[in-house]
Design a protein around this ligand. Sequence first.
Ligand code: HEM
Length: 479
Amino acid sequence: MTSPILSWSIVLQLAIVGFALLLGLLALISIFSKSAPLQVNQADDTPPGSLGWPLVGKTLEYLKPHKSNSTGQFLQEHCSRYGRVFKSHLFGNPTIVSCDLELNTFILQNEGKLFASSYPKSVQSILGKLSMLLVSGEQHRKIRSTAVSHIGTSKSRPDFLRYIDKLSSSLMESWKERKRVPFFKEAKEFTLHVMLKNLLDMEPGDPIAPRILQDFLTFMEGFVSLPLYIPGSPYAKAVKARTRISSTLRVIINERKTRKEGYSRGDFLDEFLQKGHLDDEEEVSIVLDLLLAGYETTSGLIALVVYFLAQAPKALQQLKDEHRKLRGNKADGELLDFEDYKQMEFTMTVINEALRCGNLVKFVHRRALKDVKFREYVIPAGWKVLPVISAPHLDPVLHQHPSVFNPWRWEDEATSKKFAPFGGGLRLCPGSDLAKLETAFFLHHFVLTYSWKIKEDECPVSHPYLEFKRGLLLEIEPL
Ligand code: HEM
């Protein structure tokens, strides 16, 4: 017979489990059920599809990880059932999902008129309300133009290019004694150091740099996790990491403002502090935006190129030839400059093809500002709209054998018209050229210094943020 103490403890355990489940359910409800009106147009001229269970909808299915050179099971099934444009219930809202190139372009080009940026609440509380992705109108224009003008000049500034070049070659040097390299992690460190130099004139030896990197890694883990604010959860840790990064940046900015030498370092901080047009909160937010967007995505691009090249010996050979020829025209140890970059034509096709196949950004978040008529459909005002910018990249009607890495497809000029890895319209990524330049300089050193191999089952995964199954562990050998 069960003793009363034992049965009491079982009842207690069941009660605890029940309570935990209830808490979990309440948390899920709070994440997914926002107060968006679920009004379907009377005549229902919305695109085909199903709104699913209104509470959680199909968000978990939509976000299920898949190989990033495929669109994933959810989109494959929905597109074959309903077509490239369909309705669903995602992120707590009735939603139109678009895998259609023409509609995606239309949505992005009509930012502020028919559609507006609309990231989930969890993204807002982690990026901060002044993040460029979230602000709109005049404030967006002011913050964005500060970033665009800085990135525009720095990408061709000789001292900055020399810095990227030297950082790449010292990274190659640091791998000389190693047989294996956890490549994605090393690429993240590399691109964070490029951005720290570019924005804050901070070099790897600076004692603050490793702290910022650690906080960013924690930040990213939570940024992409389930947004449950439970003490100790990745999301809660990320919110804390963001607060720490913000206060570190605040200290750096204040210290710069009181410097006797004035604004003489020529980095981004000097540039906008000199203009004095941003308020305290905007100052921290813009640096945080650029650091985050600048390092996370570019390291993904570098890793994708290295991943695809490992399986494309012909493309790798042609790339090596291009870089050997470039090196041959330079004196021993002479650093790369903007003119060299302009000559890296095949490199650009390799980078574009890695962006097309690898898909760093799967989709962006928008909402319809008014009822919008597109073809025979109506997108109702207030509905969420998700242009899946990766879908046209993998559409066999637009790109022949879309899952094959083929840099030569870029010889056809039409290819670039079916490609939007950097979004479009008013929110077109301001860092696209910088990301390509960093990748090209890194590749120059990498392909001329090492050969590399990757385990067979490695692959880039869309979570929807980019991850590698095994962290892209490379076996390297000096050439
Ligand atoms: C391969 C690398 C990159 C990819 C694929 C990428 C992709 C994108 C995409 C798709 C957007 C549009 C988001 C939207 O419409 O909601 C975007 C916006 C943005 N990106 Fe990038 N990006 C990359 C590199 C960079 C770099 C290097 C920087 C900074 C130095 C940067 C800074 C930004 C910023 C600040 C925005 C917000 C723009 C706005 O809302 O006006 N990105 N990026």
